[in-house]
Write a protein that binds this ligand. Structure first.
Ligand SMILES: Cc1cc2nc3c(=O)[nH]c(=O)nc-3n(C[C@H](O)[C@H](O)[C@H](O)COP(=O)(O)OP(=O)(O)OC[C@H]3O[C@@H](n4cnc5c(N)ncnc54)[C@H](O)[C@@H]3O)c2cc1C
Length: 468
């Protein structure tokens, strides 16, 4: 995994991607290079949120430096290439590319090839390899939808929040044992939300919003988006931030054995990094913010890319489902052959199974997955030549996949996390978007939002960012 490769380099060789060096040696109180606006901003994190903020502010003439802990940009949007196969280790789809989704606009600006994935092109196999007919599949889906409707009705009552598993167990316990319902609960719901049934809030698990349109992928790699955003921006790679100190007059950031002084700081540390208190913030985050960090969930989704010498599966079917006896394990396969010549299938560890996958090395993974492939695709299925898995939960720069509504949380927690701390420290990242959490477009919009807050503070002459 690319994100596991990290090395802290210090000093000027720390890996500035572009632009002149503006780092300041330890204990220096020298201000950053003045620009047209005379205002400097440090952005922590070169994921989509950080890059969006940096791009907007750089265009407005601010002196912007991005500090990134990994040896690459992109954060949870990155494309690894093994055997020439572009593998999107983080985000894969532009969800809802219509209706003004900013990532679709950026994909067009980057001239990235897009491909509409067809959710209806799916065949599903039963636990032991039996084919699930369309009508059985449809009936299972209806049962799953009816159980969620019953949960929604139940949660309208004035009762305390509870987990989705608890609520489903009350409204229709059969969905928790019926293999087809479990398949839907896992691949539709746990995948989409990032959480698992036992921790998802029955009241608020789906209180977010979506853009319209059929999901698209970028066959040549999603990294086209962060690469476009990063153009012309001063980015210091291998520069892990360990402390942020902020006051009414400015911010001091400690990273990679150096200190960086600036007028403002936008931090885009993932929710998992905040949960683990990886960066010391002083004065500390408010009690309200800490409560929101604790109560929100961080999902554990992981992907497995399997590369084969030859395709043994129907090459024109978009997805293959399997009613895995272990909920969330290898129950969904995406077929590369529908959009490329690569003999590659992607499968997933969803919910709690996402964490389990990280305990397996490649040989163990191949050993576990090959019998599943034979069950799903028949005796012609071969073992993959390579099985490359992601490791988002143990990656110290993400510590999880994406945020979700855990029991007792609500969209208000995302609003809380979006508020500035004092007048100089601002917060962005997917977990700070009330409506589009857990997505690339959500992350992008939060970066733009915080950049606009600083621009507005400059325009109104107060230098104090508005809280809403
Ligand atoms: C497996 C997976 C599948 C997904 N699928 C989709 C999808 O199909 N569609 C979709 O829209 N979204 C998807 N997402 C979610 C999407 O990728 C994220 O919501 C989005 O990329 C988050 O962007 P961000 O800028 O908020 O955070 P990040 O991209 O995580 O950026 C934060 C940056 O901060 C850096 N950082 C962390 N700690 C430090 C430190 N101490 N010092 C310096 N730098 C630090 C990190 O290295 C990182 O670059 C998926 C995510 C995962 C993991």
């Amino acid at each position: 995994m690319d994100e596991l490769r990290r090395k802290l380099l210090q000093g000027a060789a720390a890996g500035a991607v572009t632009g002149a060096s503006s780092f300041i040696p330890m204990f220096s109180a020298v201000a950053q290079t003045a620009t047209a606006t005379g205002t400097s901003v440090i952005v922590i994190g070169a994921g989509v949120a950080g890059l969006a903020a940096a791009r907007r502010l750089t265009r407005e003439g601010f002196a912007v430096t991005v500090l990134e802990g990994r040896n690459r940009i992109g954060g949870r949007v990155w494309t690894d290439v093994t055997d020439g196969v572009p593998m999107d280790v983080g985000a894969g789809w532009i969800h809802g590319p219509d209706g003004g989704n900013p990532i679709a606009t950026l994909a067009a600006e980057a001239k990235a090839r897009t491909f509409i994935t067809n959710d209806d092109s799916i065949t599903v196999t039963g636990v032991s390899g039996n084919e699930v007919t369309e009508s059985t599949f449809g009936a299972g889906r209806k049962k799953f939808e009816a159980s969620l409707a019953a949960v929604a009705t139940r949660m309208k009552r004035a009762i305390p929040d509870e987990s989705l598993a608890t609520a489903l167990g009350i409204v229709d316990p059969t969905v928790l044992t019926d293999p087809l319902s479990l398949f839907h609960l896992s691949y539709d719901l746990e995948f989409d939300s990032g959480g698992w049934l036992e921790t998802l809030s029955a009241r608020n698990y789906s209180d977010d919003s979506k853009y319209p349109g059929k999901d698209v992928i970028l066959p040549n790699g999603y990294k086209a988006i962060p690469e476009l955003l990063a153009k012309g921006i001063d980015i210091r790679l291998n520069t892990q931030v360990t402390a942020i100190s902020h006051s009414d007059t400015g911010v001091v950031v400690t990273a990679g054995g150096m200190t960086f002084n600036s007028d403002y700081c936008i931090e885009t540390l993932p929710l998992g990094v905040h949960k683990a208190n990886r960066v010391r913030i002083s004065p500390p985050l408010s009690a309200e913010k800490k409560a929101s960090i604790n109560v929100l969930g961080m999902g554990q989704i992981n992907k497995v890319f399997m590369i084969f010498d030859k395709a043994f599966w129907p090459t024109d079917t978009q997805y293959f489902g399997w009613q895995s006896p272990v909920r969330g394990q290898f129950n969904y396969f995406m077929n590369y052959r529908t959009f490329s010549d690569f003999n590659c299938l992607v499968t997933f560890g969803l919910g709690q199974q996402g964490a389990y996958l990280e305990s397996l090395n490649e040989a163990q993974l191949i050993q576990e997955i090959t019998p599943v492939l034979r069950t799903v695709f028949g005796s012609s299925a071969t073992a993959p030549r390579r099985a490359i898995r992601t490791g988002w939960n143990s990656d110290p720069f993400s510590l999880g996949a994406y945020s979700f509504a855990a029991v007792n949380s609500s969209s208000q927690d995302h609003v809380t996390l979006a508020k500035p701390s004092g007048s100089r420290l601002l917060h962005a990242g997917e977990h700070t978007h009330e409506l589009y959490r857990a997505t690339v477009h959500g992350a992008f919009l939060t970066g733009e939002r915080e950049a606009r807050r600083i621009i507005a503070a400059r325009s109104n002459g107060t230098n104090r960012p508005k809280r809403r």
